[in-house]
Write a protein that binds this ligand. Structure first.
Ligand SMILES: Nc1ncnc2c1ncn2[C@@H]1O[C@H](COP(=O)(O)OP(=O)(O)OP(=O)(O)O)[C@@H](O)[C@H]1O
Ligand SMILES: [Mg+2]
Length: 224
């Protein structure tokens, strides 16, 4: 069982090297998500944000360097990582033919055992009471994103990596989703968030700026 002392690195990447189509994308990239933080990663198109997130969660294996999970080599602990780390991609990751309950049962059940009670609680927390058994294509984009967050939290994650989670939403719904992520952080979940939008700049304790595969800036969020 992993201990959670304060100021611990949840996930740390050191000396990442990554090539794409014979072009070096990262050469010596270092990144650490400290426990309890909300970290925003910003940067122009093609700067490497998605690639970094995918490497951090094990979806992209074409890299060199070291990854540690609570200071332990990640490659020896993938099972533990997969039950505690959630990746939310660009698109809302729900199956639209299925209902919210089915989405949660289907995906959460793959990595960890979650009870019907936990599923209902997660959907209730996301304001989806009354929609549990509606097929997801009948829900709004914001409600679908809430289903995907409910799916994330039903398994009690320690870390959420979210790649433009508000990208497909109007600004009001996007801010609601940001508030939900902020509330999850208040409950102790560390969040790494890729974003383009300026109106969510106030969220997060740290802002990292990437350019051409490099971290240009890593500083405290003064807007918070
Ligand atoms: N599978 C791949 N094969 C080849 N090149 C790739 C692959 N994935 C990404 N790249 C290249 O790596 C670079 C970084 O891409 P990445 O998607 O990480 O950028 P990004 O910062 O997320 O951009 P955006 O803001 O548009 O989402 C780009 O030049 C892209 O073309
Ligand atoms: Mg991207």
């Amino acid at each position: 069982m992993v201990q959670d002392p304060d100021n611990q690195d949840v996930l740390k990447a050191e000396h990442l090297f990554c090539e794409r189509d014979n072009r070096i994308l990262f050469e010596d990239l270092n990144f650490a998500a400290h426990r309890g933080q909300v970290i925003q990663i910003k940067g122009s198109n093609g700067s490497g944000k998605t690639t970094l997130l995918r490497i951090l969660c094990g979806l992209n294996e074409g890299f060199r360097g070291s990854l540690t999970w609570f200071n332990k080599p990640i490659q020896d602990h993938w099972e533990e990582v997969h039950s505690s780390l959630i990746y939310m991609g660009h698109r809302v990751g729900v199956n639209k033919i299925l209902t919210p309950v089915e989405n949660l049962r289907w995906s959460v059940g793959l990595s960890t055992s979650v009870t019907d009670e936990q599923i209902n609680e997660a959907l209730g927390d996301m304001g989806l009471r009354g929609f549990e058994d509606s097929q997801c294509f009948t829900l709004s984009a914001g409600q679908q994103q809430r289903v995907s967050i409910a799916r994330a939290i039903a398994g009690s994650p320690k870390l959420i990596l979210a790649d433009e989670p508000t990208g497909a939403l109007d600004s009001k719904t996007g801010l609601e989703i940001m508030k939900i992520l902020n509330d999850l952080n208040a409950k102790g979940i560390t969040i790494v968030l890729v974003t383009h939008e300026d109106d969510i700049a106030k969220y997060g304790s740290r802002i990292i700026k990437m350019k051409d595969g490099k971290i240009l800036e890593d500083k405290k969020n003064v807007n918070n």
